[in-house]
Design a protein around this ligand. Sequence first.
Ligand code: ATP
Ligand code: LTN
Length: 327
Amino acid sequence: MTRVFSGIKPTGNVHLGNLFGALTRWVDDQHRADSIYCVVDLHALTVPQDPAELREATLRLAQILLAVGIDPSVSTLFVQSHVPEHTEGAWLMECTAAFGELRRMTQFKDKSDKADFVSGGLFTYPALMAADILLYDTDEVPVGDDQRQHVELARDLAERFNSRYGPTFTVPRATFPAAGARIMDLQDPTSKMSKSEDQAPGTILFLDEPAAIEKKLKRAVTDTEAEVRYDVAAKPGVSNLLSILGAATGRTPEEAAQGYTQYGPLKTDAAAAVIERLAPMQERFRELAADPAETARILAAGAEKARAVAAATLTRAKDHIGLLPPG
Ligand code: ATP
Ligand code: LTN
């Protein structure tokens, strides 16, 4: 059976872009593949975090993943720091990666240019991500386009390790969402919807109330024409509304455009569709939030399942690279 692995950082708020671009695919994949999903709290540490907030965000994100439909009886859901093989595997990957290779990662260049404090972890982050993926004999890694280079590196490291020390790791490949799954900012539809600001009028959050969702969609930027069609280059705002309506109702943006001639009804229907899609997930989230012990149990069971797989792969890798086994 195909093995799928993906991770998401517990930083910022989950928004409609995360949901339609990544999480609904995770939910779909779990029915056709052996899926393992990880809240990558160690990756969050590459930039300074408030300890209490990080702990809270990690639990909340796990609850959101369960609420959107990750089913722990089908998939494995766990927190990265609960499986210590990830940090040990990361060291093997750091010693397999070339310094120049890590320096060429565009995400490192972008983030280190902007930050006042650049941690060593921000630089070696892709080696940890490679370990995440390779420890589980992963075939497919569902990610957004921004992670293409990191998955490519994980492939290169797997191939290099295998050719130096003999067959050890499965060589993974990245899979990307359909074109309409990229959700843009409602106020600036040329940049992606992002989780940076809490009250951002261009971002619909997973936990937004119906009134907030309506307000944000009603105020979404469109254009001065009066024609509804999906054309990302010429009509980014309207196309984004069609992507949202389509994603919320399980259709392509082109299908969603059928029957609309005016922007008003398109916005009203998009809001109604998003509210209807989110309502049962938000309800489930509230139930889970009221019983954190239940989530803790699910995460403990997930970590135990994950650890069995990761430990076997790590033992193999340590053996092949020449580390003396204990005892
Ligand atoms: P941000 O830039 O807002 O911090 P991110 O990409 O860093 O978002 P992650 O936690 O890294 O957020 O991403 C989780 C997943 O959601 C990734 O697979 C990412 O590609 C996807 N994603 C994030 N934003 C969008 C978007 N606007 N549209 C579609 N997918 C998105
Ligand atoms: N770097 C990814 C998160 C991530 C990940 C992974 C994704 C960490 N480890 C392993 C897929 C597989 C991000 O920032 N979205």
